[in-house]
Design a protein around this ligand. Structure first.
Ligand SMILES: C[S@@+](CC[C@H](N)C(=O)[O-])C[C@H]1O[C@@H](n2cnc3c(N)ncnc32)[C@H](O)[C@@H]1O
Length: 289
């Protein structure tokens, strides 16, 4: 891959998905895009880039999707789901007793293991949540992963990663070598395509946001901007869960860590007004599809 082709792809990926590739990540781009180039009948990345430059919108979407990292598994890192069960839900059961509704957003949901893990935690509390309206919204940039998520179908390998056997038996049906999550759990999750670089205020307010293992790919400015906008759609007493390698510390004061609850954050009440409007002005937003 020539340096100008790499620069073109680096810029394009940052604009379309927020992916911030350092100057030494050519190997990563090559390993993901050479197979795509061949699949599309091109000899290599040079031809692929030329095609993209000549207005290949659909190809650009394929390239962006090929470069996203979709790694996920059921109950990933365990702790966030313990927080959900032991801290977040008991708090909401009290604070939302008046309206009896809870809205949860899985903001980069990949192939669905995260939103379905949330749904199973809630289902296990069915008695306490009887009569409550529970909404889980799963969004991702990639239509391909959303399709898989909607199907709720997983391989033997995928259900062996993180999913306790008793939940597999209880909530999945086996068909040959595949397992499908049952319709009652599937029905708890609504899917939508959404690019976190774009406005998401239309999703409405949430009580809980899981935004895990996606901000890690963004540069500092995009992280700050995203945190500001996440704060806008989170209730003032809502809770944000980040990935194990992610934090707000040193990045934003829009959220503050909950003491003794690693990975759990709340909007910072000392920040009287968000400056999200001002911050989004500087962000270039590009539609991917
Ligand atoms: C590593 S997975 C994380 C999945 C899940 N949250 C977890 O922690 O297991 C990252 C997901 O973020 C999605 N993604 C990447 N850039 C995005 C963006 N700008 N907006 C929305 N989703 C994005 C990818 O398509 C991918 O499915």
């Amino acid at each position: 891959m020539t340096p100008p082709d790499y620069e073109y792809l680096r810029k394009l990926l940052k604009e379309h998905s927020g992916l911030d590739l350092s100057a030494d990540k050519q190997y990563l781009v090559e390993s993901r895009l050479i197979p795509l180039a061949h699949k599309c009948g091109h000899s290599g990345i040079g031809e692929l880039v030329a095609k993209m430059k000549s207005g290949g919108e659909a190809l650009i979407t394929e390239v962006v999707e090929a470069m996203t990292t979709n790694e996920t598994f059921f109950f990933r890192d365990k702790i966030p789901f313990d927080h959900l069960r032991e801290t977040v839900l008991p708090t909401l059961l009290q604070s939302r007793a008046g309206r009896r509704s809870i809205r949860i957003w899985s903001a980069a949901s990949s192939t669905g293991q995260e939103p379905y893990s949330i749904a199973m935690v809630l289902k296990e509390q069915a008695q306490q949540l009887a009569g409550w309206r529970v909404e889980i919204v799963a969004t991702d940039l990639s239509l391909e992963v959303l399709e898989k998520s909607k199907s709720g179908i997983y391989s033997q390998f995928e259900v062996q990663r993180g999913l306790p056997i008793q939940l597999l038996v209880k909530y999945f049906t086996q068909t040959g070598e595949l397992w499908q999550i049952n319709p009652d759990i599937r029905g708890m999750v609504q899917h939508r395509q959404l690019n976190l670089l774009q406005n998401f205020a239309h999703l409405g307010k949430f009580d809980v946001i899981f935004c895990r293992n996606v901000l890690i790919y963004f540069d500092q400015e995009t992280k700050i901007n995203t945190f500001e906008r996440l704060k806008e759609v989170l209730e003032t007493d809502g809770m944000l869960l980040l990935g194990a390698a992610e934090s707000v510390v040193g990045i934003t004061d829009a959220f503050r860590p909950c003491p003794d609850r690693r990975g759990l954050y709340q909007p910072n009440p000392l920040r009287a007004r968000s400056n999200a409007g001002a911050m989004t002005q500087g962000l270039k937003v590009v539609a991917t599809r």
